[in-house]
Design a protein around this ligand. Sequence first.
Ligand code: BDR
Ligand code: CA
Length: 323
Amino acid sequence: MTPRPVPVIIDCDTGVDDAIALLFAVRHPGLDLRAVSCVAGNTDVDQVVRNTLTVLEQAGAPDVPVARGAARPLLEPLRTAHHVHGEDGMGDLGLPAPTRRAVDVDAVTLLHREILACDRPVTLVPTAPLTNIALLLRIHPEVTRNIERIVFMGGAVGTGNATPVAEFNVWHDPEAAAVLLTARVPITMYGLDVFERVLVPEADVRRLCGREEPGARLAGRLLSHRYPVTGDDVPFGGLGDGGTVCAVADPEGLTTHRLPVEVNLAPGPARGQTVVDRRPRPGEAELHGEAREQTLVDVALDIDAERYVRLYLATVEGTGDGA
Ligand code: BDR
Ligand code: CA
């Protein structure tokens, strides 16, 4: 018997690679995308909503409810990433405006409603700053009773991108990321350590670009996107946030370790860093009674990148299960 699809809700800041993730989520038969909530991050929240609606229309999934969420982080100002995602936040591809609008409730209300209305526990997949999720957990803490797990793109064990040690989604709203870690549901951290490793080869990207079907062609155009500022220095074809959703559809491709994680909230050069404790034994701090309360998180440390590239292409092109 075919297993029932996993009910999934994506919280995003579309975003070139959020769009890549959405195209996969609506097409994978093992996923049931119930709703999409939008938050400010890569661009302002109204543009995120427009981009998200456009992607869903191009992907042939116009009925998935989309809601507008937080317009800025809890404490920090809005700090967009147009230098990566272009002026419109989605690669400046000249895509048509959406014909549909967001639902008339805010993102936190939609998340609350959809999570509790689902007949099975939902997998929540934030691929953006965690502002909406923090507000949800504080306003409606009862949602955790129907959340299977949270698989979020954010953080880094090693090198950051927004700063030498902080990854963009966590750096953008560190307090929100710290609230996420209090959720008391299983959490998987799909951080930069694996995020940057899943690259679609150029020949496959070109093939996608030549497809007539709008969703597959859009995937190709998004994967061709080069950073407007750094240009050719950065390899194109990265699945980015798309890899996070691949890891929900096919968890076997991801190697995780359950490790203590804490978000650095102190002002200064390490603010927004995800401090991951990989030590094999307690150190002097613990021996001197300075143990810290930390959440155990399934941290992604290794990835079968080729497996996810195959899965992504097969799903978006509709040619099989990619296994
Ligand atoms: C994250 O930041 C955003 O620019 C991407 O969409 C991704 O979610 C990577 O640090
Ligand atoms: Ca994102």
